[in-house]
Design a protein around this ligand. Structure first.
Ligand SMILES: Nc1nc2c(c(=O)[nH]1)N[C@H]1C(S)=C(S)[C@@H](COP(=O)(O)OP(=O)(O)OC[C@H]3O[C@@H](n4cnc5c(=O)[nH]c(N)nc54)[C@H](O)[C@@H]3O)O[C@H]1N2
Ligand SMILES: Nc1nc2c(c(=O)[nH]1)N[C@H]1C(S)=C(S)[C@@H](COP(=O)(O)OP(=O)(O)OC[C@H]3O[C@@H](n4cnc5c(=O)[nH]c(N)nc54)[C@H](O)[C@@H]3O)O[C@H]1N2
Ligand SMILES: [Mo]
Length: 787
């Protein structure tokens, strides 16, 4: 068992755990009083406008920020919002923006700069004492830097020397598999394609990415059930559906532009059922985010019709109950089942029916945390709807049995033929703006053989066929010394992943760590023996190459690919684009490569022509992106073309597993985002729709669970997690806040709470870390009882 005290001491050294708990967590330190009061205003609207103004001021970018918004998500002329992956609304104004997208853009456009002057003033040991907010808030990185162990400072290095160092270290390894290459989901399609090409030409499939923490489970499940790993719906489907199950997503904060689709769906008569242990803001009313007339009139739109507060992981039992209602109804009226569709397009129906019929209601009630009446009501809605969409995000995908769960969603859809026709289908809500495109373009540690074969045939390389390391496996390999070089294209690996302390120990043992970034973060502070920070252009900035101004493409959550062109003057003249950095890295590592890396960069049309030959659906890529709204990558399952082994959509037969923790005094803790953060980037310590001000180190608990433990509102508590391997981890002096969450469940914020997740805590089905089901004991704080 891990000793808790050892762990916290090491955390202090990396700055991952402040020695004295400071109010603000990874956000700005504050001594302003904290508070939590339930929020009763509609989502988006004026509260959002005030909040954006604060970020604009802090970034010192009010005027240029406001102007940039006018070109964001504008077909052809503008850049793609670097925020979430929700598709752009292509009708109406074509000005599809939201509060959190605006915050995100202004954060990138800050006028503050972090150059050699900054680094000469601060040792890395000193920077380790800064909060994560302070690190990012220092401004944009402006020149390549190398770590100097003599002075414990980052010092300037020329781009040529930086690439030479990377080349030397990578060529010195015994095997290419001693290096691992992380991708955060903002990387463009062109850069992703070049990055995976470089890795495969070099000889490794070690490609951890943020998708390994996000929707790995959804991809695996959909591939097994319907043959292709993506959702099948479009925005038009959302607006024309009868019933929408929205499961495990906080749309008002994390995909705010979805609020427009929800309100349109409801206006068109759809029922929207929100399935979530918490009643999130999107389940009530909204002021449509970009509708300025509505904002002026305080006009609200309904975005929800029913809340089902499942217990953590209870979604599987809920969906099985829906299936059970369908089968019960089919006894009297067989037409409720899509018999022709099932016969023609699916496999495994009879076995699935037997499985559902054998599952007793008592089990479904216990495991869902809902009453039989609620379950039957949900099933009744499904029976009445002609067209149904099931949509989900991390509340599902980060669970132990997420693959089974998503397959159960598909089972339910298949029963009534809700795939491959308008207004119906499965719809995972993707995270980062191009996380789906990264996969499409080959960032995949276990890529399909067909893709590798095609890559080899077109480019004349020999891609390795052994699966590589994903995120969880890369962390372990660094810790065990099997991986010696870590290279990250974006993101903040050490803070985003489970057990940052264990990860930090692994990273600091590496020979070389390289971070290609726009802003300073914890992953620059936790570094290998040699370390580089390589600053790159952001999506808002002009990317000029030999042939002129370049654009790069991204793919949204509904498979639409379009061009994004930066407009702004770069933050510094020394910045390189991501494709340029990758090409020069490739040349340094593979000096004799026959691939024309330099031409790919001189004109991105050249790499797009290669992609058109390799990637299915990209034929004629350069012509396709000339269309203002881009193009949709064909999703065969949408056309009833199911590319499974049987050639049919496959019912799965997952057991109804037990989601209750082993011991009654344990709570299931989920870690989620506040309204004022983008993953590891914290803008402020507020969470507007949950009524929280000036605090992040809190745990939302059910009132009865609090009183059972002798905990009063606002008391300090200690949280001890038990990992799958029995090891314990602890966070001390968090505030307990009573909240409407089912008994036995609790919630708090990522990334601070990653300290509670052990390296063994990942799903056996998806290899995703269990960020939504941490088993914890909560008790009054030993140090201070109350403040
Ligand atoms: N502004 C902003 N936007 C973002 C991000 C951001 O950080 N900030 N991050 C982006 C990224 S990378 C991603 S992946 C997405 C994430 O988008 P979300 O999935 O909305 O992210 P979380 O904040 O983790 O919220 C998880 C939701 O699942 C619910 N939940 C937890 N456990 C369960 C469960 O067992 N069952 C059900 N049904 N629900 C459950 C929680 O209550 C919460 O509403 O957002 C993207 N968009
Ligand atoms: N406990 C817990 N942990 C989680 C989650 C959870 O729900 N709970 N969610 C997980 C999920 S879904 C995800 S996606 C991961 C997110 O993990 P990451 O994607 O690794 O993290 P981010 O916080 O999005 O990365 C922020 C950094 O990206 C860099 N950056 C920003 N823009 C650019 C750019 O244009 N180019 C480059 N090169 N760099 C840029 C900046 O330096 C910034 O500091 O976190 C995961 N971690
Ligand atoms: Mo994500």
């Amino acid at each position: 068992m891990t000793s808790l005290d050892d762990k916290s001491t090491q955390g202090v050294a990396f700055g991952l755990m402040p020695e004295i708990p400071r109010q603000g967590g990874y956000g700005p330190v504050t001594d302003r009083p904290w508070s939590q009061k339930d929020y009763h205003h509609p989502a988006a609207g004026w509260g959002a406008t005030v909040s954006v103004g604060e970020v604009l001021l802090r970034s010192k970018a009010p005027v240029s920020g406001a102007l940039a918004m006018l070109t964001m998500n504008h077909p052809i002329k503008g850049f793609d919002c670097p925020g979430c992956a929700w598709p752009d609304d292509q009708n109406g104004l074509g000005l599809d923006i939201c509060e959190n997208g605006m915050k995100h853009v202004t954060w990138e456009m800050t006028h503050k700069r972090v150059g050699s002057g900054f680094f000469s003033k601060h040792t890395v040991a000193e920077l380790a004492t800064w909060t994560d907010f302070e690190l990012e808030n220092a401004g944009r990185l402006t020149e390549p830097m190398v770590y100097d162990p003599e002075t414990d400072r980052y010092a300037p290095i020329s781009w040529d020397d930086a690439f030479a160092l990377i080349g030397e270290e990578l060529r010195a390894l015994d095997s290419p598999d001693q290096a691992t290459f992380y991708t955060s989901g903002r990387l463009s399609n062109e850069a992703s394609f070049m990055y995976q090409l470089m890795m495969r030409e070099y000889g490794t499939n070690n490609m951890p990415d943020c998708s390994n923490m996000c929707h790995e489970a959804s991809g695996r499940a959909l591939r097994a059930s319907i043959g292709t790993g993506k959702g099948t719906t479009t925005l038009e489907d959302w607006e024309n559906t009868d019933l929408l199950f929205l499961i495990g997503v906080n749309a008002a904060s994390n995909a705010p532009r979805m609020l427009t689709s929800l309100s349109n769906a409801v206006k068109n008569g759809a029922l929207v059922v929100h399935v979530n242990p918490l009643v999130e803001a999107a389940s009530t009313r909204t002021i449509v985010p970009h509708d300025f007339v509505d904002m002026a009139l305080f006009k609200t739109h309904t975005t929800g019709t029913l809340d089902l507060q499942v217990r953590p992981g209870g979604d599987m039992a809920l969906m099985r109950a829906v299936a059970k209602v369908v089968f019960e109804a089919a006894e009297a009226d067989p037409s409720v089942l899509a018999a022709d569709f099932i016969e023609r397009y699916t496999q495994g129906f009879a076995e699935y029916r037997a499985l559902v019929e054998a599952t007793p209601w008592s089990e479904l009630v216990l495991q869902s945390g809902l009453t039989e009446e609620q379950l039957r009501h949900a099933g009744g809605l499904y029976l009445k709807a002609d067209k149904t969409i099931i949509s989900w995000c991390l509340g599902v995908s980060q669970q132990e049995h997420a693959v089974d769960m998503v397959r159960e969603f598909t089972n339910v859809l298949l029963l009534r033929g809700n795939i491959g026709r308008p207004g119906a289908g499965p719809a995972p809500v993707r995270g980062h703006s191009n996380v789906q495109g990264n996969r499409t373009c080959g960032i995949d540690h276990h890529a399909p053989a067909a893709l590798l074969d095609r890559l080899d045939a077109v480019l004349g390389i020999t891609s390795p066929r052994e699966p590589g390391l994903d995120t969880v496996a890369s962390i372990r390999a660094m810790h065990e010394g099997a991986v010696k070089v870590f290279i990250a294209l974006g993101g903040n690996f050490v803070a985003a992943v489970p057990d940052p302390l264990y990860t930090a120990q692994g990273m600091s043992q590496c020979n070389l760590t390289v971070q290609v970034s726009t802003k300073l973060n914890r992953s620059h502070i936790v570094h290998g023996e040699k370390a580089l920070i390589l600053p790159c252009l952001g999506r808002t900035e002009r990317d000029e190459q030999e042939s002129g101004l370049q654009g790069q493409t991204v793919e949204d959550a509904m498979s639409m690919v379009h061009l994004s062109v930066g407009k702004k003057k770069p933050a510094s003249e020394h910045l390189l684009s991501e494709p340029d950095i990758i090409a020069r890295m490739a040349r340094a590592v593979l000096p004799d490569s026959p691939l024309p890396w330099e031409s790919y960069v001189a004109d991105y049309d050249v790499i797009r022509d290669v992609m058109a030959e390799v990637l299915p659906g990209f034929e004629g890529f350069n012509d396709l992106i000339a269309h203002p709204n881009g193009f949709r990558i064909p999703q065969p399952a949408r056309e009833l073309d199911f590319r499974t082994a049987s050639g049919k959509a496959e019912f799965s037969l997952p057991a109804l597993y037990d989601v209750l923790p082993a011991s009654e005094d344990m709570l299931v803790l989920q870690t989620m985002r506040s309204h004022d953060q983008w993953n590891t980037t914290i803008y402020a310590n507020n969470d507007r729709y949950r009524g929280v001000k000036n605090i992040r180190e809190l745990i939302f608990m059910n009132e009865t669970d609090m009183s059972d433990r002798g905990i009063a509102q606002g008391d300090f508590v200690d949280i001890v997690s038990t990992s799958k391997d029995g090891s314990l981890r602890e966070l001390r002096q968090y505030r307990a806040v009573a909240y409407n969450t089912p008994r036995g469940s609790a919630a708090g914020y990522m990334p601070e709470m990653n300290i509670l997740i052990g390296p063994a805590d990942f799903s056996a089905q998806s290899d995703q870390p269990l960020m939504k089901s941490i088993h914890v004991r909560v008790s009054p704080s030993a140090a201070r009882q109350t403040a």
